[in-house]
Write a protein that binds this ligand. Structure first.
Ligand code: NAP
Length: 323
């Protein structure tokens, strides 16, 4: 495993981190399998774990706490998120911050996450939705400052809404944010336009999330794919999205190098960007942990392949189904 510096915090984080949404709420999750996968990741050098209160109303946080407490001699970085008070993902520009992240609520949910984790502090707390119009609000600024001074959180960040990488730029310019989490992958290259240069300038840690476009970039989706009832992917991969996603994944197939899977090519594309501090693939299966961590070997993709993958950029606008 290779390590990178997480912005101004100076933390040395594993290039391949761990996304813990699936195990908290997607159908087909099995705690025993998830925990075995988490332990294997630690053995292989993974030290950055992204969870959220909303991932199973604390279930994913509890699994992370169990993992961290099992390794008292290892530094494992914990990242969690405060859910929006109105429970609407994503936020909308007209939402008022007092309805989404009022100061007492920021504290209440930090304490709730700490209780779920069973830890004294969370390394990185993130806002689970964000509107850049909230940048100057003194309520969140004071609440975050208090939590940091009391040692309940080490750093603060924003998880920007899907396909809105520029909806945090003003807030980052306040100098009060340590990290940003954004969708960045072969399709979603837009963070390179404005967000990443600003993160470089301000020395902000960057978490690349959804590296496989929720599964498309693993090359395993088909146009007639359906998930068990209650799985959120049925509402995301509506026909309009699924059909085009599968076509675009098929168009990538000829580019996948021998002895590499499409998923591994997708991770290596992201690793080629030095602004990214860590990537957090969602993984519940042991074989996925091993395949994904194997990509952090310092072997870069050939420049010609990176250039070819750039042509597969897919700029999208938030829609009713995009969430
Ligand atoms: N608003 C937000 O803040 C927000 C939103 C979305 C995601 N996130 C964070 O980002 C993380 C990653 O996103 P995601 O989990 O939604 O999507 P993702 O990482 O793009 O895709 C996850 C899917 O890929 C599969 N997979 C993983 N490695 C694979 C491999 N090597 N080969 C084939 N399939 C593989 C997983 O299977 P298994 O699970 O069965 O192993 C899972 O079905 C989340 O877990 C969460 O921590 C945050």
């Amino acid at each position: 495993m290779q390590y990178r510096t997480f912005g101004r915090t100076g933390w040395q984080v594993s290039e391949i981190g761990y996304g813990m949404w699936g195990m908290g709420g997607w159908t087909g999750s099995d705690d025993e399998e998830s925990l075995a996968s988490l332990h294997r990741a630690v053995e292989l050098g993974c030290n950055f774990f992204d969870t959220a209160w909303a991932y199973g109303d604390g279930h994913s946080e509890k699994l992370l706490g169990e993992l961290v407490r099992a390794y008292p001699d290892k530094k494992l970085y914990t990242a969690s998120k405060i859910p929006p008070k109105n429970r609407i993902w994503p936020s909308k520009p007209h939402f008022k911050i007092e309805d989404v992240f009022p100061p007492d609520y920021i504290r209440q949910y930090t304490e709730s996450s700490l209780e779920n984790l069973g830890l004294d502090a969370i390394d990185l707390m993130q806002f689970h939705v964000w509107e850049d119009g909230w940048a100057g609000d003194e309520g969140w600024q004071r609440a975050v400052d208090d939590l940091k001074r009391e040692g309940l959180i080490g750093a603060i960040g924003i998880s920007v809404n899907r396909w809105e990488p520029n909806n945090a730029l003003q807030t980052l310019r306040t100098g009060l944010m340590d990290a940003v989490q954004v969708i960045y992958n072969i399709f979603d290259q837009a963070p390179e336009d404005e967000l990443f240069p600003l993160c470089d300038e301000l020395n902000i840690g960057v978490i690349a999330r959804v590296p496989f476009d929720e599964g498309t970039l693993t090359g395993t989706l088909t146009k007639n794919m359906r998930w068990p009832e209650g799985d959120w992917r049925n509402t995301y991969f509506v026909p309009e999205n699924l059909n085009e996603s599968v076509d675009r994944a098929e168009a990538l197939r000829p580019l996948v190098p021998e002895h590499m899977t499409m998923a591994q090519m997708a991770l290596r594309f992201i690793l080629a960007n030095p602004t990214v501090s860590t990537i957090i693939p969602g993984m519940r299966k042991l074989r996925h942990v091993e395949a994904n961590i194997a990509t952090s070997d310092g072997q870069a993709l050939p420049p010609a392949l990176i250039t070819a993958l750039r042509d597969h950029r897919w700029d999208r606008e938030p829609t009713e189904w995009s969430q």
